[in-house]
Design a protein around this ligand. Structure first.
Ligand SMILES: [Zn+2]
Length: 285
């Protein structure tokens, strides 16, 4: 009889353990990352021009690398003219501009945060043209601002996000973004402890759009944009599943006036330069 009781308790404990495991894997956003080669079947080679190296979501713009004019997003809009885009958050001043598509992704992120009860967001800075950046650099000095063409704000892909309740480092908005921004294609660009790599002090407010495949890898592997681009160059290709979507990401060097890249027939893909020696192809499987 005691054996039966023991076996019964054991079965209960085991099934509890298994259900706990299931809960854990279902609750966590499942992200699989593999270093690997590209699928060979049903693919074709295409050539992209050198100009492509200076365009796209993955451009590295910092003290060492200036942006090229073709890297500036072509869909810059003035947010105060677009109440359809600015929903559920405030603007620090009415002159704030941003890439329209980045503003749409930001809006989705704000909606996501609202579901978790976090809803006091504010955009304090977005796209800055070279003239505005130059003025800022002269006013703030090189410890606090980057020269014109060396700031990500000049691309239209970065924004400074604030909270109306507290400083970003302490506010719920800042904490939520740190944990969830990657799900919407954004990264905390200048994290704490990475100052020697980014060359910039910790900025809990500065977020950069890179795209969902890349933000997922960077977040899960704790990489800055500098480190991620280096890693892609070394591993050549990575595949990732995030948010239920499968992607293959591959790096190709720019040789002379072009790069020859492999893409899959009939599958969508995007190409972005790294702004210094090659391009990255993102394929949707
Ligand atoms: Zn910023």
């Amino acid at each position: 009889m005691r054996k039966w009781v023991f076996a019964f308790i054991l079965v209960i404990l085991l099934s509890y353990g298994i259900s706990q495991l299931n809960v854990k894997s279902a609750g966590e956003d499942k992200v699989d990352i593999e270093n690997g080669s590209l699928p060979q079947q049903d693919s074709k080679m295409i050539t992209v021009s050198k100009e492509q190296m200076y365009k796209g979501d993955l451009l590295l713009v910092n003290n060492d690398y200036a942006l090229h004019p073709e890297g500036i997003r072509s869909d810059i809009v003035s947010l105060s003219d677009r109440p359809d885009l600015v929903q559920g958050y405030g603007l620090l001043d009415p002159s704030i501009q941003l890439s329209e598509s980045v503003a749409k992704d930001f809006g989705e992120m704000v909606e996501g945060a609202k579901k978790d009860g976090v809803e006091h967001f504010l955009i304090s800075s977005g796209y800055r043209d070279a003239e505005k950046q130059d003025q800022l650099y002269r006013d703030m000095g090189h410890d606090y601002a980057l020269p014109a063409y060396h700031s990500e704000h000049n691309l239209g892909l970065s924004l400074d996000i604030g909270s109306t309740t507290a400083k970003m480092d302490e506010a719920e908005e800042g904490k939520w973004l740190k944990k969830h921004a990657w799900e919407y294609g954004f990264i905390l660009r200048y994290p704490k402890g990475k100052e020697d790599i980014t060359g910039i002090q910790y900025e809990p407010w500065h977020f950069r759009y890179v795209g969902k495949a890349h933000s997922a890898i960077m977040y899960k592997q704790d990489l800055t944009l500098e480190q991620y681009l280096d890693k892609l160059k070394q591993t050549k290709a990575m595949s990732i599943t995030a948010g239920g979507q499968k992607y293959t990401v591959a790096y190709y060097p720019m040789v002379g006036s072009g790069a020859t890249i492999q893409v899959q027939n009939g599958k969508p893909y995007e190409v972005s330069g790294n702004n210094y020696d090659g391009v990255i192809v993102t394929m949707y499987a």
